[in-house]
Design a protein around this ligand. Structure first.
Ligand code: ZN
Length: 69
């Protein structure tokens, strides 16, 4: 995790107040170790956690914290 796409996404998320925290809550790891939201296509199973969104939101939160310091 943490490729160019997710880091770009992280910067976008970091610019929107409250969104990183909201995404981390919604995409929280299930007991099965998967994302409860993201699936691999319309008929696909839920993806293994952390999904791209969760990883980006976690990076966004780090970025928000860094900006505040
Ligand atoms: Zn997800």
């Amino acid at each position: 995790m943490g490729g160019p796409l997710s880091s770009e996404l992280a910067m976008v998320i970091a610019d929107m107040p409250g969104v990183a925290q909201d995404l981390l809550r919604k995409h929280r790891r299930t007991a099965e170790g998967r994302c409860p939201v993201c699936t691999a296509g319309p008929q696909g199973a839920h993806v293994v956690h952390p999904c791209t969104v969760y990883a980006a939101a976690a990076s966004a939160l780090t970025e928000i914290t860094r900006r505040r310091s």
